[in-house]
Design a protein around this ligand. Structure first.
Ligand code: PMP
Length: 388
């Protein structure tokens, strides 16, 4: 216990101690956090679909018809018609032959990576990949080689040096979660083809957001059908919960038989699945929601830049505002909150030391008035702390 206490003290002294913030209302553009009314400027609920009447109705109907829980894992008694309908919907959306749903995006990465790479294989992983990819690599027992962020020259060198392995898996975030930039997918596809490697892309932050149809980074880069393993989550823009992998029929059949996080966990409950099915309908039929999201992202980014903030990337609705020092980042987050803007600071170990930031995300449901209010809170707080 002394050891735990020491560790906690260390975290506190180094501004790395984490506290839970409590949402006292729904995940709408305006909400209540820790009892205080504020603008929500940090949710992954990009399209605001958690509040969409069609999703809510679908979830309620599913409870009435199917009950509240799935009662078993997919391979035992938990495989409802709804799960299969969702998988068909995702496959269509991603222009893939088939799809498999996991209970979270985290579990999709863990299950997918450990099923696809083992002892005699090598994984080539971008240094800024999400923690769930890192954990999947560790658990897989495959050799893992990390390449510098988006450095395709370094990746090619690694591909040349690893010809002897049984299988080579290149894995990358599609949109990097803490930086908001995009993977160099066209080059990654070329390299995977040239060196006969498998390519896996985590589209957690791209699903419903990027591309002409909102189908993700493959849609954005016109590379549909070129990525072997398309992973994503249903918990962000899709407004529900769960993760998925889409790909060839053979890949999905293999994952059903080999992905342990799929096999050994109770299937997602009906309400969650039904909400996700409804979300894909809305994403397809109401493209103006996505257009609002992008218009809001452009508006806020240009306002922040004009105010003097440094934005690390501008390719997605994730707007990382560079502060650097973790103590100052937390002060900034506190001042923003005092002014009614909830946008927490992101510190190590989530991001490398010295690169702490406020990670802002916009939603389709923010109004111009919301964004103007946020800009003024950023300006005042930034000036007070000498950041701008
Ligand atoms: N991949 C990335 C890039 C993510 O940002 C996240 C969520 N933070 C996940 C995977 C995990 O998804 P989920 O929250 O559905 O477990």
């Amino acid at each position: 216990m002394k050891l735990l206490e020491r560790e906690l003290t260390y975290l506190q002294e180094n501004h790395l101690y984490r506290r839970l913030n409590r949402m006292d209302d729904s995940q709408a553009a305006r909400t209540v956090v820790n009892g205080k009314e504020c603008l929500l400027l940090s949710s992954n609920n990009y399209l605001g679909l958690t509040e969409h009447p069609e999703l809510k109705a679908a979830a309620c109907e599913a409870v009435t018809r199917w009950g509240t829980g799935a009662g078993g894992s997919r391979l035992t008694t938990g495989n409802l018609q709804l799960h299969e309908e969702l998988e068909k919907t995702i496959a269509r959306f991603k222009k893939a032959e088939a799809a498999i749903v996991f209970n979270t995006g985290y579990m999709a990465n863990l299950g997918g990576i450990t099923a696809l790479a083992g002892k005699n294989d090598v994984i080539l992983s971008d240094e800024l990949n999400h923690a769930s990819i890192i954990d999947g690599c560790r658990l897989s027992r495959a050799e893992t080689k990390i390449f510098p962020h988006k450095d395709t020259l370094a990746l090619e060198k690694l591909l040349q040096q690893t010809q002897g392995y049984r299988r080579r898996l290149i894995v990358t975030d599609g949109v990097f979660s803490m930086d908001g930039d995009l993977a160099p997918l066209p080059r990654l596809v070329e390299l995977a083809e040239k060196y006969r490697a498998l390519l896996m892309v985590d589209d957690a932050h791209a699903t419903g957001v990027l591309g002409r149809r909102g189908a993700g980074t493959a849609d954005h880069f016109n590379l549909e059908g070129k990525i072997h393993v398309q992973m994503g989550t249903l918990s962000k823009a899709v407004g529900s919960a769960g993760g998925y992998i889409a790909g060839s029929r053979k890949l999905i059949d293999y994952l059903r038989n080999r992905a342990r996080s799929f096999i050994f966990s109770t299937a997602l409950p009906p309400a969650v699945i039904a909400a996700a099915i409804a979300a894909f309908r809305v994403i397809e039929q109401e493209p103006q929601i996505r257009e609002n999201l992008w218009a809001n992202a452009h508006y806020l980014k240009s306002g922040l830049k004009q105010t003097g903030f440094t934005i690390l990337a501008e390719e997605s609705p994730i707007i990382p505002i560079f502060i650097g020092d973790s103590g100052k980042t937390m002060q900034m987050a506190e001042r923003l909150f005092a002014r009614g803007v909830f946008a927490p600071g992101i510190r190590p170990p989530t991001v490398p030391p010295g690169t702490s930031r406020i990670r802002v995300t916009v939603m389709a449901t923010h109004t111009r008035e919301h964004l103007d209010r946020a800009l003024s809170a950023f300006k005042q707080s930034g000036e007070e702390l000498g950041i701008i």
